[in-house]
Design a protein around this ligand. Structure first.
Ligand code: GSH
Length: 231
């Protein structure tokens, strides 16, 4: 099995957490985002969306990190509590995965990540949408009032939400107004240091890039406006 991933991308880091906790032997293929290795026609054969990560399980190519998380459990750990079988419990896990990929992470991607790498600004509208998404996250946490995002035990839904919130920590974005999100995030770090270390490595890179944006002038076929960076 191969995972094509970047070292600081939240979806890649979430999948790497699952591979680690499930103890699945795999090769980590580092995709050079700054060179635009994911925007090539060869890469598009694996993932026409030209996004990272992509899983290659013996010729079975799968993109979309949520689908990868679900597949890894279904195929390699069908009885794991990481992806519960009970329909309602599973529905909550699926809901939190969708909530992240459709509602929270897009705001974090636009407000936190894109302006680090490309010629985009952090706008008041972007901030407003991000705060709305965080309020919603806090609301879900208060409704269930559980230790993890989808119940009292860790599930695959925690991974992408942890890596999303990690981006906020990377730019020292204050989440004090969301106490349940904040305590879930701190507890995860304390209880799963090995998993957190995967995310932390990515966070350190983001922290550095926030101070010194990477030079993307060599990116092939860029799809975002490239920033001028002093070399
Ligand atoms: N929905 C996708 C999103 C993946 C994603 O956004 N990956 C980023 C890297 S962290 C990417 O490939 N962006 C493409 C680009 O900016 O050109 C998933 O969860 O797998």
């Amino acid at each position: 099995m191969k995972i094509y991933a970047v070292s600081d991308g939240p979806p890649s880091l979430a999948v790497r957490m699952a591979l680690k906790i499930l103890n699945i032997p795999h090769e980590h293929v580092a995709v050079d985002y700054c060179k635009g290795e994911h925007i090539t026609e060869d890469y598009a054969k694996m993932n026409p969306q030209k996004e990272i990560p992509v899983l290659d399980d013996d010729g079975f190519y799968l993109s979309e990190s949520n689908a990868i998380l679900q597949y890894l459990c279904d195929k390699y750990a069908p009885d794991s509590s990481l992806y519960p079988k009970d329909p309602k419990h599973r529905a909550i896990v699926n809901h939190r995965l969708c909530f992240n990929s459709a509602f929270l992470y897009p705001q974090i991607s636009a407000y936190v990540m894109a302006p680090i790498f490309f010629d985009y600004q952090r706008t008041s509208m972007g901030l407003k949408k991000l705060l709305m998404a965080l309020e919603t996250f806090e609301c879900y946490m208060s409704r269930v009032n559980t230790a993890f995002v989808a119940g009292e035990t860790l599930t695959i839904a925690d991974f992408p939400l942890i890596t999303s919130v990690m981006c906020l920590e990377a730019i020292e974005f204050d989440i004090d107004k969301y106490p349940l999100v904040k305590s879930w995030y701190s507890n995860f770090k304390r209880q799963f240091p090995d998993l957190w270390s995967i995310s932390e490595t990515g966070m350190k890179e983001i922290v550095e890039f926030e101070k010194n944006p990477p030079d993307l002038s060599g990116m092939v076929h860029p799809i975002h406006p490239i920033k001028k960076v002093n070399k």
